[in-house]
Design a protein around this ligand. Sequence first.
Ligand SMILES: [Zn+2]
Length: 244
Amino acid sequence: MPKFKPVRQLRVSEAIIEQLKESILTGNFKLGDKLPSERDLSEQFQVSRMAIREALRKLEHAGFIVTRQGVTGGAYVTELTFDYLVNAFVDLFLTDKISIPELHHVRIIIEPEVARLAALNITPEYAQQLKEALEAEELPIATLSLDVERKQRAHFILAQMCGNRFLEALMRSLLKLTKRVVEAVNPDVDTVHPKGMHCSVVKAVVAGDAEAAYEAMKRHTLDFGEYFIKMERTYREKNTFSSF
Ligand SMILES: [Zn+2]
């Protein structure tokens, strides 16, 4: 039988989260501020320290705070970034609520558009970054994780270049999720994502040719997707939710 948490307790932690979020969003606690200690919070809210801990854990996962250990330890307000979105997508995937084919479908829609926008925003600095990213892809493979990072670098740069932070955030989460899956399945990277796969995309982007960038990225996403979709089954077989 599954063990359920008492509903009342959950409501308590949700109510605490709501109040803490509100005081952060309205500026009562600013970036870098330390929240009151667990003991203080449990006295103010008149709840157990466990409920406070649970609320703080969720707030940290949502990207509102970061907890530090040691003498100056505690919960500090962080700059809210899109990282919480990344975590949410990863969680949805791990709990089998997003599949690789669905992830792939979204990448096909978004990535060509990101590449198109990137081409419109090309600068000498970005051109240099993309060139370096391509060069890094040619280096010998040390570990799978490093190789995936190198192969994703061009994608991250394009996401940063696209000029739409929402699209950038979506791209970042899609890439992070992709990395997680690839690392778990541990395929032969040279087969899944051979070197030079980004050449035509980068060439078009650097040339400022938006339509060519769109088409080149679409081809790349489709090519990669073929292998990527096949990974779904292997991934689910290797990992059960309990291992996370
Ligand atoms: Zn790629």
